[in-house]
Write a new protein. Structure first.
Length: 165
């Protein structure tokens, strides 16, 4: 298993998260790199205004890579906005269609008035059209203390489930 922070390029992490990552590397949990989908930038039309930032992304425990089919990639977890709150969607091993690319979630602030805008992770086919994400073959588990209500992950042993945004 490997521990990764799903939002390492999107948000600053607390010193606790950094300390955990260093400890994981020291114990050999974080060696090597994961194959990832080809990435593209989000499109302007993907952004929606949001009233607040999501909380820091949870630490994900990456399951062992399934042996079949070939061409599997790791799609990091990401936030989704449902018009009222952010919800974490865990990372997973997927088999993307040939030519598919992925734009990772991002949040930005407009300098003129401070308004936040969020764009979710999206998949696009070879022609650039939005497509449904490939079905997950093995999903990450979040570390205890991760977000409550994470999609399709089931409870994490020892995690509180009474937390809400």
């Amino acid at each position: 298993m490997r521990f990764v922070s799903a939002g390492h390029s999107h948000r600053a992490h607390s010193s606790i998260t950094g300390a955990f990552a260093i400890a994981a590397l020291a114990f050999g949990c974080g060696s090597g790199s994961l194959p990832t989908p080809r990435h593209v930038q989000v499109r302007a039309e993907d952004y929606v205004p949001v009233p607040y930032h999501p909380r820091s992304p949870p630490i994900e425990v990456v399951p062992t890579r399934p042996t079949a089919p070939s061409g599997l990639v790791w799609a990091d977890g990401g936030w989704e906005w449902d018009a009222e709150r952010f919800r974490w969607v865990p990372g997973s091993w997927v088999a993307p269609p040939v030519g598919a690319v992925r734009a990772r979630w991002v949040i930005v602030r407009r300098p003129q008035d401070g308004q936040l805008f969020f764009a979710p992770s999206t998949w696009r086919d070879a022609s650039g059209k939005s497509m449904s994400p490939p079905p997950p073959l093995a999903r990450a588990q979040t570390r205890p203390g991760g977000p409550a209500g994470a999609a399709d992950t089931g409870p994490v042993p020892g995690a509180r489930t009474d937390l809400d945004d």
